[in-house]
Design a protein around this ligand. Structure first.
Ligand SMILES: [Zn+2]
Length: 481
């Protein structure tokens, strides 16, 4: 394997023991030797940080990979290559495209183990999450897109289609007719449910070919985009696209809504980030998001709570309503706990041993294991041929049995030792997750969770409703994909 060795030290690290260029150089050369790889070139970056991929030597390495000169990139540690999950994801992608392997001399990325898979999933999920415009930087980019009247992604709202060439929205003539019809019916005094019923009676379908529901009608009636304006990130962009409904007409519909409903408090209808993930710890049923008003205050306003309820509550489940904030806080605590557990394991000095030593030892032990297993057969043959007695066979078999179980124990111990470096990466990834989490809104949290987590259990103690705010909440059994 033609090996490209990439070495990097930042300015602060140059003074630290074990990180010097010489130390990395020596270590990586030994590693390449042990694998029988031939080193083609060294790419050495001194006093350079890994905050982005604009690095001279890294770019030279990538060029050589493109030119097919390198079969494997070897680094001392993953963070030599990059500290950004997104860059990591893109680099790994790049390597794969050019059929170039990637190896960290001190870390194990093994997709055949659960830990390795979890790690890769997390890395990929975080990268995807960053790419899917949830990060602040990308959000800035989106703002620019919107100023240029481009659509930032996702399915276009009903009434519009997406033009791949201009990246802009266009009025979809067929769907626009349905939108106009909704507004007509609304002005005729129809409510949202009756509009939906009428559309269904007349054979109109949603874009996916389903029947209309009140909620979808309401969303369309309230969407300012129908006037050609785009509301995004708290700003309103005028003349974003062509209007389906003239602005005056749209505004009268809004007024009509207010008068019809009285001073109905604005409902918060954003999605519930934990529904679909939270499970009732008492009965295992899914927990459902739910909004409710608290007691009215003196000034007439009422606080708004977002809570989760077990979907089997009506069937007699005894679990209580749980505050969304509490779940958020406890879930994050669980993640933090996991992260520090991983970090502890990774820093446990008694476990630290050079990975290539493990590899050698493992090979040795496996060889012995095979020998012992082979020997057993021989004794059996010897007994069958009358060379040894039954007693002799038994005592040999017993000895071998013991040797066998000892060997197996050693092997599994060693395997778990070489895992401990993976734990450090895991801890880092989880810490990243935690840092990013607090920046997200409900929808973003939901999409983040859907990439990472299968489910988790929630429970709380049985306080009376008026003491609900003092309730202790537990999150447990967090299951990752
Ligand atoms: Zn329940």
């Amino acid at each position: 394997m033609r090996t490209g060795i990439y070495i990097r030290v930042s300015t602060d690290e140059q003074v630290k023991e074990g990180f010097s260029i010489r130390a990395q150089h020596e270590r990586l050369n030994n590693f390449a030797d042990s694998q029988d790889w031939s080193v083609v070139d060294y790419y050495i970056e001194e006093g350079v940080s890994a905050k982005d991929t604009k690095r001279q030597e890294l770019n030279r390495l990538m060029k050589d990979i493109e030119d097919g000169k390198i079969d494997v990139v070897l680094v001392y540690r993953l963070d030599r290559l990059t500290r950004s999950v997104r860059d990591l994801y893109e680099l790994l992608d790049f390597f794969e495209r050019y059929n170039c392997k990637f190896k960290s001399a001190t870390e194990v990325y093994d997709t055949t183990t659960a830990m390795g898979r979890l790690f890769i999933t997390l890395v990929a999920a975080l990268a995807q999450w960053e790419r899917e415009n949830l990060g602040e930087r990308v959000r800035m980019g989106q703002e620019r897109m919107i100023e240029e009247k481009q659509y930032p992604g996702g399915p276009p709202p009903f009434g519009y289609s997406y033009n791949k060439d201009t990246k802009q929205l266009e009025v979809d003539p067929v769907e626009a007719k349905v939108v106009e019809k909704m507004f007509d019916l609304y002005f005729d005094g129809f409510g949202e449910q009756r509009i939906a019923d009428r559309l269904n009676e007349q054979g109109y379908k949603t874009r996916r070919g389903n029947n209309w529901r009140a909620k979808a009608v309401r969303d369309t009636l309230k969407r300012t985009l129908m006037t050609g304006e785009f509301s995004w990130g708290g700003n309103m962009y005028n003349d974003y696209t062509d209007a389906i409904i003239p602005k005056e007409r749209f505004e009268s519909a809004m007024k009509l809504r207010t008068s019809r409903r009285g001073a109905h408090p604005r409902t918060i209808r954003s999605s519930y980030p934990f529904s679909g993930f939270a499970r009732c710890a008492r009965c295992g049923a899914p927990m459902k998001g739910h909004s409710k008003h608290g007691r009215k205050k003196l000034d007439g306003t009422a606080p708004f709570y977002r809570t989760y309820i077990c979907t089997r509550k009506r069937d007699g489940c005894t679990s209580k309503q749980i505050n969304e904030e509490s779940i958020d806080r406890e879930l994050l605590k669980e993640i933090r706990k996991l992260s520090s557990e991983y970090r502890e394991i990774s820093e446990d000095k008694s476990l630290i041993k050079r990975e290539d030593d493990h590899t050698q030892e493992l090979k040795q032990l496996t060889r012995e294991l095979n020998k012992v297993q082979g020997r057993r057969k021989k004794w059996q043959v010897a007994y069958a041929e009358g060379v040894i007695s039954l007693d002799e066979l038994r005592s040999h078999t017993e000895m071998d049995q013991e040797a066998l179980s000892n060997l197996k124990m050693y092997i599994s111990k060693l395997e778990s030792k070489s895992m401990q470096l993976d734990y450090r990466s895991m801890a880092n990834v989880l810490a990243d997750f935690e840092r990013n989490w607090i920046e997200l809104d409900h929808m973003e949290k939901k999409s983040m969770l859907s990439m990472l987590i299968k489910s988790f259990d929630v429970d709380s103690d049985d306080l009376k409703p008026h003491k609900a705010r003092e309730r202790k909440v537990w999150v447990s059994n967090v299951e990752f994909h």
